[in-house]
Design a binder for this molecule. Structure first.
Ligand SMILES: Nc1ncnc2c1ncn2[C@@H]1O[C@H](COP(=O)(O)OP(=O)(O)O)[C@@H](O)[C@H]1O
Ligand SMILES: [Mg+2]
Length: 555
Protein backbone atom coordinates (compact mmCIF):
# COMPACT_ATOMS: atom_id res chain seq x y z
CA UNK A 1 0.00 0.00 0.00
CA UNK A 2 1.25 3.41 -0.93
CA UNK A 3 0.38 6.68 0.79
CA UNK A 4 0.40 9.90 -1.11
CA UNK A 5 2.40 12.76 0.48
CA UNK A 6 -0.61 15.11 0.68
CA UNK A 7 -2.55 12.41 2.50
CA UNK A 8 0.23 12.06 5.07
CA UNK A 9 0.25 15.80 5.54
CA UNK A 10 -3.48 15.92 6.15
CA UNK A 11 -3.29 13.04 8.62
CA UNK A 12 -0.51 14.78 10.50
CA UNK A 13 -2.45 18.02 10.46
CA UNK A 14 -5.58 16.45 11.89
CA UNK A 15 -3.52 14.61 14.50
CA UNK A 16 -1.90 17.86 15.52
CA UNK A 17 -5.28 19.53 15.70
CA UNK A 18 -6.63 16.75 17.86
CA UNK A 19 -3.63 16.84 20.16
CA UNK A 20 -4.55 18.37 23.48
CA UNK A 21 -2.27 19.55 26.21
CA UNK A 22 -4.97 19.72 28.85
CA UNK A 23 -3.65 16.54 30.51
CA UNK A 24 -1.10 18.56 32.40
CA UNK A 25 -3.49 21.12 33.83
CA UNK A 26 -5.95 18.42 34.74
CA UNK A 27 -3.62 16.08 36.51
CA UNK A 28 -0.59 18.04 37.65
CA UNK A 29 -0.36 21.40 39.35
CA UNK A 30 2.20 23.69 40.91
CA UNK A 31 2.40 25.01 44.43
CA UNK A 32 2.07 28.78 44.26
CA UNK A 33 1.84 29.52 47.97
CA UNK A 34 2.58 27.57 51.11
CA UNK A 35 2.15 28.24 54.81
CA UNK A 36 0.50 26.90 57.99
CA UNK A 37 0.10 23.47 56.46
CA UNK A 38 -2.00 24.86 53.62
CA UNK A 39 -0.92 24.95 49.97
CA UNK A 40 -2.43 26.94 47.14
CA UNK A 41 -2.00 25.04 43.94
CA UNK A 42 -2.28 26.28 40.40
CA UNK A 43 -3.63 23.78 37.88
CA UNK A 44 -5.46 20.59 38.91
CA UNK A 45 -8.50 21.79 36.99
CA UNK A 46 -10.26 18.42 37.20
CA UNK A 47 -9.66 18.02 40.92
CA UNK A 48 -12.70 17.04 43.04
CA UNK A 49 -13.46 18.09 46.60
CA UNK A 50 -11.65 16.05 49.26
CA UNK A 51 -9.45 14.44 46.64
CA UNK A 52 -6.16 13.03 47.79
CA UNK A 53 -3.14 14.78 46.27
CA UNK A 54 0.48 13.70 46.07
CA UNK A 55 3.31 16.07 46.83
CA UNK A 56 7.07 15.58 47.08
CA UNK A 57 8.70 14.24 50.29
CA UNK A 58 5.81 11.85 50.83
CA UNK A 59 3.46 14.65 51.80
CA UNK A 60 -0.24 14.07 51.19
CA UNK A 61 -2.70 16.83 50.42
CA UNK A 62 -6.45 17.02 50.79
CA UNK A 63 -8.23 19.34 48.34
CA UNK A 64 -10.47 21.52 50.43
CA UNK A 65 -11.29 24.66 48.48
CA UNK A 66 -11.84 24.48 44.73
CA UNK A 67 -11.50 28.00 43.41
CA UNK A 68 -11.62 29.42 39.92
CA UNK A 69 -7.93 29.32 39.19
CA UNK A 70 -6.45 27.45 42.12
CA UNK A 71 -7.05 24.71 44.67
CA UNK A 72 -6.41 25.12 48.38
CA UNK A 73 -5.27 21.91 50.01
CA UNK A 74 -4.42 20.98 53.58
CA UNK A 75 -1.23 18.97 53.91
CA UNK A 76 -0.41 15.95 56.03
CA UNK A 77 3.13 14.94 56.84
CA UNK A 78 6.29 17.02 56.67
CA UNK A 79 4.72 19.94 54.90
CA UNK A 80 7.56 22.27 55.97
CA UNK A 81 9.65 20.70 53.22
CA UNK A 82 7.27 21.78 50.49
CA UNK A 83 8.33 24.82 48.50
CA UNK A 84 6.69 27.09 46.00
CA UNK A 85 7.07 25.61 42.53
CA UNK A 86 6.82 21.98 43.69
CA UNK A 87 4.59 19.79 41.56
CA UNK A 88 1.38 18.29 42.85
CA UNK A 89 -0.27 15.21 41.35
CA UNK A 90 -3.89 14.19 41.43
CA UNK A 91 -4.68 10.64 42.50
CA UNK A 92 -8.27 10.60 41.30
CA UNK A 93 -9.34 9.17 44.67
CA UNK A 94 -11.24 10.72 47.48
CA UNK A 95 -9.20 10.60 50.68
CA UNK A 96 -9.54 7.20 52.32
CA UNK A 97 -8.29 5.27 55.33
CA UNK A 98 -7.37 1.62 55.89
CA UNK A 99 -10.19 -0.38 57.47
CA UNK A 100 -10.69 -3.94 58.59
CA UNK A 101 -10.43 -6.35 61.48
CA UNK A 102 -6.67 -5.76 61.68
CA UNK A 103 -7.35 -2.39 63.29
CA UNK A 104 -9.14 -3.87 66.27
CA UNK A 105 -7.01 -3.64 69.40
CA UNK A 106 -4.87 -0.88 67.92
CA UNK A 107 -4.26 2.81 68.50
CA UNK A 108 -3.91 4.62 65.18
CA UNK A 109 -3.79 8.15 63.85
CA UNK A 110 -6.47 9.36 61.41
CA UNK A 111 -4.41 8.09 58.47
CA UNK A 112 -4.39 4.60 59.96
CA UNK A 113 -0.74 4.71 61.03
CA UNK A 114 -0.12 2.89 64.34
CA UNK A 115 0.62 5.05 67.38
CA UNK A 116 0.98 2.15 69.78
CA UNK A 117 4.44 1.15 68.66
CA UNK A 118 3.07 -2.07 67.18
CA UNK A 119 3.48 -3.57 63.73
CA UNK A 120 2.04 -1.81 60.67
CA UNK A 121 -1.66 -2.45 60.06
CA UNK A 122 -2.06 -5.43 57.74
CA UNK A 123 -5.10 -4.70 55.67
CA UNK A 124 -5.75 -4.15 52.01
CA UNK A 125 -9.17 -2.62 52.32
CA UNK A 126 -9.77 1.10 52.49
CA UNK A 127 -12.88 3.22 52.78
CA UNK A 128 -13.41 6.87 51.85
CA UNK A 129 -13.50 9.43 54.64
CA UNK A 130 -16.73 10.85 53.34
CA UNK A 131 -19.45 8.40 52.52
CA UNK A 132 -23.06 9.12 51.75
CA UNK A 133 -25.31 8.16 54.64
CA UNK A 134 -27.97 5.53 53.90
CA UNK A 135 -31.39 6.87 52.95
CA UNK A 136 -34.68 6.24 54.71
CA UNK A 137 -35.57 3.03 52.87
CA UNK A 138 -32.23 1.50 53.75
CA UNK A 139 -32.86 2.01 57.44
CA UNK A 140 -35.04 0.44 60.07
CA UNK A 141 -36.19 1.78 63.41
CA UNK A 142 -33.79 1.72 66.34
CA UNK A 143 -35.03 -0.86 68.81
CA UNK A 144 -32.17 -3.02 70.07
CA UNK A 145 -30.67 -1.67 73.28
CA UNK A 146 -27.09 -0.58 73.50
CA UNK A 147 -26.48 -1.03 77.21
CA UNK A 148 -24.03 1.39 78.78
CA UNK A 149 -24.00 -0.47 82.10
CA UNK A 150 -24.68 2.87 83.79
CA UNK A 151 -27.92 2.63 85.74
CA UNK A 152 -28.99 6.23 85.29
CA UNK A 153 -28.55 6.06 81.53
CA UNK A 154 -29.95 2.61 80.82
CA UNK A 155 -32.99 3.32 82.98
CA UNK A 156 -33.81 6.89 82.04
CA UNK A 157 -31.98 7.81 78.84
CA UNK A 158 -31.80 4.49 77.01
CA UNK A 159 -29.61 4.28 73.93
CA UNK A 160 -30.41 2.00 71.01
CA UNK A 161 -28.14 0.52 68.40
CA UNK A 162 -28.02 2.96 65.50
CA UNK A 163 -28.87 5.97 67.64
CA UNK A 164 -26.99 9.26 67.97
CA UNK A 165 -26.85 10.40 71.58
CA UNK A 166 -24.92 13.47 72.62
CA UNK A 167 -22.89 13.57 75.83
CA UNK A 168 -22.61 17.21 76.83
CA UNK A 169 -21.17 19.04 79.81
CA UNK A 170 -18.37 21.22 81.11
CA UNK A 171 -14.83 20.07 81.44
CA UNK A 172 -14.30 17.48 84.18
CA UNK A 173 -17.91 16.41 84.59
CA UNK A 174 -17.34 12.80 83.57
CA UNK A 175 -18.01 12.75 79.82
CA UNK A 176 -15.01 10.63 78.95
CA UNK A 177 -15.80 8.42 81.94
CA UNK A 178 -19.19 7.58 80.39
CA UNK A 179 -17.52 6.67 77.09
CA UNK A 180 -15.02 4.41 78.82
CA UNK A 181 -17.65 2.69 80.96
CA UNK A 182 -19.81 2.14 77.90
CA UNK A 183 -16.91 0.49 76.11
CA UNK A 184 -16.21 -1.74 79.12
CA UNK A 185 -19.84 -2.82 79.12
CA UNK A 186 -19.71 -4.01 75.50
CA UNK A 187 -17.65 -7.03 76.42
CA UNK A 188 -19.29 -10.08 74.88
CA UNK A 189 -22.00 -7.96 73.24
CA UNK A 190 -20.70 -8.26 69.68
CA UNK A 191 -20.12 -4.54 69.34
CA UNK A 192 -16.87 -3.11 67.98
CA UNK A 193 -16.07 0.14 69.79
CA UNK A 194 -14.19 2.98 68.16
CA UNK A 195 -13.02 5.72 70.46
CA UNK A 196 -11.99 8.83 68.55
CA UNK A 197 -9.93 11.20 70.68
CA UNK A 198 -9.78 14.68 69.16
CA UNK A 199 -7.53 17.38 70.53
CA UNK A 200 -6.92 15.67 73.86
CA UNK A 201 -3.61 15.42 75.63
CA UNK A 202 -1.69 12.37 74.45
CA UNK A 203 -1.31 11.32 78.08
CA UNK A 204 -5.09 11.33 78.60
CA UNK A 205 -5.57 9.10 75.59
CA UNK A 206 -2.86 6.86 76.91
CA UNK A 207 -4.73 6.51 80.19
CA UNK A 208 -7.92 5.54 78.40
CA UNK A 209 -5.97 2.96 76.44
CA UNK A 210 -4.42 1.56 79.62
CA UNK A 211 -7.80 1.30 81.32
CA UNK A 212 -9.30 -0.49 78.34
CA UNK A 213 -6.35 -2.80 77.96
CA UNK A 214 -6.23 -3.81 81.60
CA UNK A 215 -9.96 -4.57 81.49
CA UNK A 216 -9.62 -6.65 78.34
CA UNK A 217 -11.67 -4.15 76.37
CA UNK A 218 -9.07 -3.48 73.67
CA UNK A 219 -9.99 -6.89 72.23
CA UNK A 220 -12.97 -5.22 70.57
CA UNK A 221 -11.86 -1.58 70.47
CA UNK A 222 -10.04 0.74 68.06
CA UNK A 223 -8.65 4.06 69.28
CA UNK A 224 -8.22 6.80 66.71
CA UNK A 225 -6.16 9.57 68.21
CA UNK A 226 -5.48 13.09 66.98
CA UNK A 227 -3.89 14.69 70.04
CA UNK A 228 -3.88 18.39 70.82
CA UNK A 229 -0.32 18.72 69.54
CA UNK A 230 -1.31 17.61 66.04
CA UNK A 231 -1.99 19.96 63.14
CA UNK A 232 -5.60 21.04 62.59
CA UNK A 233 -6.14 18.93 59.42
CA UNK A 234 -5.34 15.73 61.32
CA UNK A 235 -7.87 16.62 64.00
CA UNK A 236 -10.36 17.50 61.32
CA UNK A 237 -9.94 14.08 59.72
CA UNK A 238 -10.16 12.04 62.92
CA UNK A 239 -13.95 11.55 63.28
CA UNK A 240 -14.33 10.78 59.57
CA UNK A 241 -11.54 8.24 59.77
CA UNK A 242 -13.16 6.61 62.81
CA UNK A 243 -16.52 6.61 61.08
CA UNK A 244 -15.06 4.96 57.96
CA UNK A 245 -13.51 2.26 60.14
CA UNK A 246 -16.89 1.71 61.79
CA UNK A 247 -18.67 1.53 58.45
CA UNK A 248 -16.55 -1.43 57.52
CA UNK A 249 -18.27 -3.37 60.32
CA UNK A 250 -21.66 -1.78 59.66
CA UNK A 251 -21.76 -2.86 56.02
CA UNK A 252 -20.62 -6.34 56.98
CA UNK A 253 -23.74 -6.76 59.08
CA UNK A 254 -22.03 -6.13 62.41
CA UNK A 255 -22.46 -3.59 65.16
CA UNK A 256 -20.15 -0.68 65.83
CA UNK A 257 -20.16 2.03 68.47
CA UNK A 258 -18.41 5.31 67.75
CA UNK A 259 -17.46 7.89 70.32
CA UNK A 260 -16.22 11.30 69.18
CA UNK A 261 -14.46 12.87 72.16
CA UNK A 262 -14.97 15.68 71.45
CA UNK A 263 -16.63 17.52 68.59
CA UNK A 264 -16.05 20.97 70.13
CA UNK A 265 -12.36 20.56 69.46
CA UNK A 266 -13.18 19.17 66.04
CA UNK A 267 -15.15 22.32 65.23
CA UNK A 268 -12.22 24.42 66.44
CA UNK A 269 -9.82 22.56 64.18
CA UNK A 270 -12.16 23.07 61.25
CA UNK A 271 -12.48 26.77 62.05
CA UNK A 272 -8.73 27.11 62.09
CA UNK A 273 -8.38 25.37 58.72
CA UNK A 274 -11.19 27.36 57.17
CA UNK A 275 -9.78 30.67 58.27
CA UNK A 276 -6.41 29.68 56.81
CA UNK A 277 -7.96 28.93 53.43
CA UNK A 278 -9.79 32.26 53.75
CA UNK A 279 -13.32 31.02 53.96
CA UNK A 280 -15.54 33.79 55.31
CA UNK A 281 -16.07 33.46 59.08
CA UNK A 282 -19.64 33.26 60.35
CA UNK A 283 -21.12 33.03 63.83
CA UNK A 284 -18.42 32.73 66.52
CA UNK A 285 -15.98 32.83 63.57
CA UNK A 286 -16.89 29.28 62.55
CA UNK A 287 -17.32 28.77 58.81
CA UNK A 288 -20.89 28.64 57.56
CA UNK A 289 -20.83 24.92 56.86
CA UNK A 290 -19.83 23.76 60.33
CA UNK A 291 -23.38 22.55 60.93
CA UNK A 292 -23.25 20.54 57.73
CA UNK A 293 -19.85 19.20 58.76
CA UNK A 294 -21.28 17.57 61.87
CA UNK A 295 -24.64 16.62 60.43
CA UNK A 296 -23.16 14.62 57.59
CA UNK A 297 -20.88 12.89 60.06
CA UNK A 298 -23.65 11.95 62.47
CA UNK A 299 -26.12 11.08 59.73
CA UNK A 300 -23.91 8.08 59.04
CA UNK A 301 -25.05 6.50 62.31
CA UNK A 302 -27.72 4.03 61.28
CA UNK A 303 -29.54 0.79 61.86
CA UNK A 304 -29.58 -0.84 58.44
CA UNK A 305 -32.56 -2.71 57.05
CA UNK A 306 -32.59 -6.50 57.10
CA UNK A 307 -31.96 -6.63 53.34
CA UNK A 308 -28.70 -4.75 53.89
CA UNK A 309 -27.57 -7.04 56.67
CA UNK A 310 -29.12 -5.28 59.69
CA UNK A 311 -25.79 -3.88 60.88
CA UNK A 312 -25.71 -0.84 63.12
CA UNK A 313 -23.52 2.14 63.79
CA UNK A 314 -24.21 3.99 67.02
CA UNK A 315 -22.68 7.42 67.59
CA UNK A 316 -21.97 9.08 70.92
CA UNK A 317 -20.59 12.53 70.13
CA UNK A 318 -19.22 14.52 73.04
CA UNK A 319 -19.45 18.30 73.36
CA UNK A 320 -17.66 20.35 75.97
CA UNK A 321 -19.59 23.40 77.12
CA UNK A 322 -18.26 26.53 78.77
CA UNK A 323 -19.91 27.22 82.14
CA UNK A 324 -22.87 25.01 81.22
CA UNK A 325 -23.83 27.18 78.25
CA UNK A 326 -25.77 24.89 75.93
CA UNK A 327 -26.97 27.79 73.80
CA UNK A 328 -23.57 28.48 72.21
CA UNK A 329 -23.27 27.79 68.50
CA UNK A 330 -21.65 24.35 68.36
CA UNK A 331 -23.67 22.87 71.29
CA UNK A 332 -27.00 23.95 69.78
CA UNK A 333 -25.97 22.57 66.41
CA UNK A 334 -25.08 19.15 67.73
CA UNK A 335 -28.09 19.03 70.07
CA UNK A 336 -30.33 19.55 67.06
CA UNK A 337 -28.57 16.90 64.99
CA UNK A 338 -28.67 14.10 67.58
CA UNK A 339 -31.52 11.97 68.92
CA UNK A 340 -31.10 13.24 72.45
CA UNK A 341 -28.53 14.32 74.97
CA UNK A 342 -27.04 13.24 78.26
CA UNK A 343 -26.45 16.45 80.13
CA UNK A 344 -23.73 16.42 82.77
CA UNK A 345 -23.60 19.19 85.32
CA UNK A 346 -20.67 20.45 87.35
CA UNK A 347 -22.63 21.32 90.50
CA UNK A 348 -24.19 17.86 90.58
CA UNK A 349 -20.76 16.33 90.16
CA UNK A 350 -19.36 18.30 93.08
CA UNK A 351 -22.36 17.56 95.27
CA UNK A 352 -21.55 13.88 94.85
CA UNK A 353 -24.02 12.82 92.16
CA UNK A 354 -21.88 10.63 89.92
CA UNK A 355 -22.39 10.21 87.07
CA UNK A 356 -23.51 13.85 87.27
CA UNK A 357 -26.47 13.43 84.95
CA UNK A 358 -29.18 16.05 85.08
CA UNK A 359 -32.10 13.71 84.45
CA UNK A 360 -34.53 16.59 84.08
CA UNK A 361 -33.09 17.90 80.82
CA UNK A 362 -31.47 14.75 79.50
CA UNK A 363 -33.53 12.89 76.93
CA UNK A 364 -33.39 10.05 74.49
CA UNK A 365 -35.84 10.50 71.68
CA UNK A 366 -35.67 6.82 70.84
CA UNK A 367 -36.57 6.12 74.44
CA UNK A 368 -38.43 3.05 75.59
CA UNK A 369 -38.22 1.37 72.17
CA UNK A 370 -34.61 0.64 72.96
CA UNK A 371 -35.36 -0.80 76.39
CA UNK A 372 -36.22 -4.32 77.34
CA UNK A 373 -39.60 -4.76 78.96
CA UNK A 374 -38.37 -5.33 82.48
CA UNK A 375 -36.42 -2.08 82.42
CA UNK A 376 -39.33 -0.20 80.91
CA UNK A 377 -41.53 -1.39 83.75
CA UNK A 378 -39.27 -0.23 86.56
CA UNK A 379 -37.99 2.91 84.84
CA UNK A 380 -41.36 4.58 84.41
CA UNK A 381 -41.85 4.68 88.14
CA UNK A 382 -38.28 5.87 88.67
CA UNK A 383 -38.72 8.84 86.36
CA UNK A 384 -41.93 9.93 88.06
CA UNK A 385 -40.54 9.61 91.57
CA UNK A 386 -37.41 11.50 90.64
CA UNK A 387 -39.36 14.24 88.92
CA UNK A 388 -41.54 14.86 91.97
CA UNK A 389 -38.46 14.74 94.17
CA UNK A 390 -36.79 17.43 92.10
CA UNK A 391 -39.89 19.58 92.18
CA UNK A 392 -40.02 19.39 95.98
CA UNK A 393 -36.33 19.54 96.66
CA UNK A 394 -35.86 23.20 95.87
CA UNK A 395 -38.69 24.50 97.97
CA UNK A 396 -38.24 22.03 100.81
CA UNK A 397 -35.06 23.90 101.75
CA UNK A 398 -37.15 26.85 102.87
CA UNK A 399 -40.12 25.10 104.41
CA UNK A 400 -39.66 24.07 108.02
CA UNK A 401 -42.85 22.07 108.52
CA UNK A 402 -43.48 19.43 105.90
CA UNK A 403 -46.35 17.02 105.87
CA UNK A 404 -45.73 13.30 105.93
CA UNK A 405 -46.40 12.73 102.24
CA UNK A 406 -43.88 15.37 101.23
CA UNK A 407 -41.31 13.99 103.61
CA UNK A 408 -41.86 10.57 102.19
CA UNK A 409 -41.31 11.83 98.65
CA UNK A 410 -38.11 13.57 99.66
CA UNK A 411 -36.91 10.51 101.48
CA UNK A 412 -37.63 8.32 98.47
CA UNK A 413 -35.97 10.77 96.07
CA UNK A 414 -32.75 10.92 98.06
CA UNK A 415 -32.54 7.14 98.04
CA UNK A 416 -33.26 6.93 94.33
CA UNK A 417 -30.48 9.40 93.62
CA UNK A 418 -28.17 7.32 95.80
CA UNK A 419 -29.26 4.16 93.98
CA UNK A 420 -28.31 5.68 90.64
CA UNK A 421 -24.88 6.72 91.85
CA UNK A 422 -22.20 4.54 90.42
CA UNK A 423 -18.42 4.59 90.56
CA UNK A 424 -16.36 4.37 87.40
CA UNK A 425 -15.33 1.10 85.76
CA UNK A 426 -18.13 -0.92 87.30
CA UNK A 427 -20.85 -1.42 84.70
CA UNK A 428 -24.01 -3.16 85.89
CA UNK A 429 -25.68 -5.92 83.88
CA UNK A 430 -29.24 -5.25 82.81
CA UNK A 431 -30.95 -7.69 85.18
CA UNK A 432 -29.07 -6.37 88.21
CA UNK A 433 -30.02 -2.81 87.32
CA UNK A 434 -33.64 -3.87 87.14
CA UNK A 435 -33.49 -5.56 90.55
CA UNK A 436 -31.81 -2.59 92.27
CA UNK A 437 -34.16 -0.03 90.76
CA UNK A 438 -37.15 -2.21 91.51
CA UNK A 439 -36.13 -2.40 95.17
CA UNK A 440 -35.61 1.35 95.42
CA UNK A 441 -38.83 2.36 93.66
CA UNK A 442 -40.78 -0.09 95.80
CA UNK A 443 -39.55 1.53 98.99
CA UNK A 444 -37.13 -1.11 100.21
CA UNK A 445 -34.39 1.48 100.65
CA UNK A 446 -36.64 4.05 102.32
CA UNK A 447 -35.75 2.72 105.75
CA UNK A 448 -32.00 2.86 105.46
CA UNK A 449 -29.50 5.69 105.62
CA UNK A 450 -28.71 7.39 102.32
CA UNK A 451 -25.03 6.65 102.91
CA UNK A 452 -25.88 2.94 103.16
CA UNK A 453 -27.86 2.73 99.93
CA UNK A 454 -24.93 1.84 97.68
CA UNK A 455 -23.82 -0.93 100.00
CA UNK A 456 -27.40 -2.13 100.31
CA UNK A 457 -27.59 -2.41 96.53
CA UNK A 458 -24.36 -4.25 96.04
CA UNK A 459 -25.09 -6.67 98.88
CA UNK A 460 -28.58 -7.19 97.54
CA UNK A 461 -27.16 -8.14 94.16
CA UNK A 462 -24.71 -10.56 95.75
CA UNK A 463 -27.58 -12.08 97.66
CA UNK A 464 -29.67 -12.45 94.51
CA UNK A 465 -26.76 -13.90 92.59
CA UNK A 466 -26.16 -16.48 95.28
CA UNK A 467 -29.67 -17.76 95.74
CA UNK A 468 -32.61 -18.42 93.48
CA UNK A 469 -32.91 -17.71 89.80
CA UNK A 470 -34.61 -14.35 89.77
CA UNK A 471 -31.78 -12.55 87.98
CA UNK A 472 -31.54 -15.32 85.44
CA UNK A 473 -35.26 -15.15 84.79
CA UNK A 474 -35.11 -11.40 84.19
CA UNK A 475 -32.07 -11.69 81.95
CA UNK A 476 -33.46 -14.50 79.85
CA UNK A 477 -36.99 -13.24 79.38
CA UNK A 478 -36.03 -9.57 79.37
CA UNK A 479 -39.27 -9.13 81.23
CA UNK A 480 -40.48 -8.83 84.80
CA UNK A 481 -43.49 -11.11 84.82
CA UNK A 482 -45.85 -11.12 87.82
CA UNK A 483 -44.36 -14.40 88.86
CA UNK A 484 -40.76 -13.15 88.69
CA UNK A 485 -41.76 -9.96 90.46
CA UNK A 486 -43.25 -11.96 93.33
CA UNK A 487 -40.06 -13.99 93.56
CA UNK A 488 -38.00 -10.81 93.51
CA UNK A 489 -40.18 -9.31 96.23
CA UNK A 490 -39.74 -12.21 98.59
CA UNK A 491 -36.00 -12.33 97.90
CA UNK A 492 -35.59 -8.60 98.56
CA UNK A 493 -37.66 -8.87 101.72
CA UNK A 494 -35.63 -11.69 103.15
CA UNK A 495 -32.44 -9.88 102.21
CA UNK A 496 -33.69 -6.73 103.89
CA UNK A 497 -34.13 -8.67 107.14
CA UNK A 498 -30.48 -9.57 107.18
CA UNK A 499 -29.10 -6.21 106.04
CA UNK A 500 -27.02 -4.42 108.64
CA UNK A 501 -26.92 -0.65 108.56
CA UNK A 502 -23.63 1.04 109.39
CA UNK A 503 -23.22 2.62 112.82
CA UNK A 504 -25.37 5.66 112.79
CA UNK A 505 -23.91 9.09 112.44
CA UNK A 506 -23.41 10.55 115.91
CA UNK A 507 -24.39 13.95 114.48
CA UNK A 508 -27.87 12.59 113.86
CA UNK A 509 -30.05 14.12 116.59
CA UNK A 510 -32.09 10.93 117.07
CA UNK A 511 -29.01 8.84 117.64
CA UNK A 512 -27.37 11.54 119.70
CA UNK A 513 -30.11 11.39 122.27
CA UNK A 514 -30.27 7.63 122.00
CA UNK A 515 -26.66 7.28 123.04
CA UNK A 516 -27.18 9.97 125.62
CA UNK A 517 -29.92 8.02 127.25
CA UNK A 518 -28.71 4.49 126.85
CA UNK A 519 -24.95 4.98 126.96
CA UNK A 520 -22.54 3.74 124.32
CA UNK A 521 -24.20 0.38 124.16
CA UNK A 522 -27.10 1.81 122.17
CA UNK A 523 -25.33 1.99 118.84
CA UNK A 524 -23.07 -0.95 119.49
CA UNK A 525 -25.91 -3.35 120.00
CA UNK A 526 -27.43 -2.12 116.76
CA UNK A 527 -24.39 -3.18 114.83
CA UNK A 528 -24.51 -6.71 116.18
CA UNK A 529 -28.26 -7.03 116.10
CA UNK A 530 -28.69 -7.38 112.37
CA UNK A 531 -32.39 -8.01 111.88
CA UNK A 532 -33.60 -5.23 114.10
CA UNK A 533 -31.09 -2.79 112.72
CA UNK A 534 -32.85 -1.71 109.53
CA UNK A 535 -36.01 -1.30 111.50
CA UNK A 536 -34.22 0.67 114.18
CA UNK A 537 -32.66 3.00 111.65
CA UNK A 538 -36.00 3.49 110.03
CA UNK A 539 -37.67 4.36 113.30
CA UNK A 540 -34.84 6.59 114.42
CA UNK A 541 -35.02 8.47 111.14
CA UNK A 542 -38.76 8.79 111.19
CA UNK A 543 -38.49 10.10 114.70
CA UNK A 544 -35.95 12.72 113.69
CA UNK A 545 -38.05 13.88 110.82
CA UNK A 546 -41.10 14.33 112.96
CA UNK A 547 -39.08 16.37 115.40
CA UNK A 548 -39.49 13.67 118.02
CA UNK A 549 -36.22 12.17 119.13
CA UNK A 550 -37.51 9.57 121.49
CA UNK A 551 -35.13 6.59 121.31
CA UNK A 552 -37.78 3.91 121.55
CA UNK A 553 -36.34 1.01 119.62
CA UNK A 554 -32.69 1.94 119.52
CA UNK A 555 -31.62 -0.06 122.53
N1 LIG B 1 -18.97 8.06 88.18
C1 LIG B 1 -17.85 8.60 88.66
N2 LIG B 1 -17.48 8.37 89.92
C2 LIG B 1 -16.35 8.90 90.42
N3 LIG B 1 -15.51 9.69 89.72
C3 LIG B 1 -15.81 9.97 88.45
C4 LIG B 1 -16.99 9.45 87.86
N4 LIG B 1 -17.05 9.88 86.58
C5 LIG B 1 -15.94 10.64 86.40
N5 LIG B 1 -15.19 10.70 87.51
C6 LIG B 1 -13.91 11.43 87.67
O1 LIG B 1 -14.09 12.78 87.31
C7 LIG B 1 -12.97 13.30 86.63
C8 LIG B 1 -13.36 13.94 85.32
O2 LIG B 1 -13.90 12.95 84.47
P1 LIG B 1 -13.70 12.99 82.90
O3 LIG B 1 -14.46 11.85 82.35
O4 LIG B 1 -12.26 13.06 82.54
O5 LIG B 1 -14.40 14.36 82.56
P2 LIG B 1 -14.58 15.09 81.14
O6 LIG B 1 -14.30 14.10 80.07
O7 LIG B 1 -15.99 15.57 81.17
O8 LIG B 1 -13.61 16.24 81.15
C9 LIG B 1 -12.01 12.14 86.46
O9 LIG B 1 -11.01 12.23 87.41
C10 LIG B 1 -12.86 10.93 86.70
O10 LIG B 1 -12.11 9.88 87.25
MG1 LIG C 1 -12.89 14.17 78.58
Amino acid sequence: MKLRPDEIASILKSEIERYEVDVDVEEVGTVIQIGDGIARIYGLMGCVALEKLELPHGVTGLALNLEEDNVAAVLFGEWEKIEEGDTVKRTGQVMSVPVGDALVGRVVDPLGIPLDGGAPIETTETRPLEFKAPGVVDRQPVKEPLQTGIKAIDAMIPIGRGQRELIIGDRGTGKTAICVDTILNQKGQDVICIYVAIGQKASTVRQVEETLRSNGAMDYTIIVSAPASEAAPIKYMAPYAGCAMGEYFLYNGKHALLMYDDLSKHADAYRQMSLLVRRPPGREAYPGDVFYLHSRLLERAVKLSDELGAGSLTALPVIETQAGDVSAYIPTNVISITDGQIFLQGDLFYSGVRPAINAGISVSRVGGNAQRRAMRKVAGRLRLDLASYRALEAFAQFASELDDATQQQLRRGQRLVATLNQPQYSPWPFEEQVAAIWAATNGYTDGIEVSDVQRFNSELIEYLRAGGRVLEAIRESGDLSDETEAELRSAVESFQESFQGTDQDPADPAVGSATGAGGDGGTESNASDGGAQAQAAQDADAGADAGDAEPTTAG
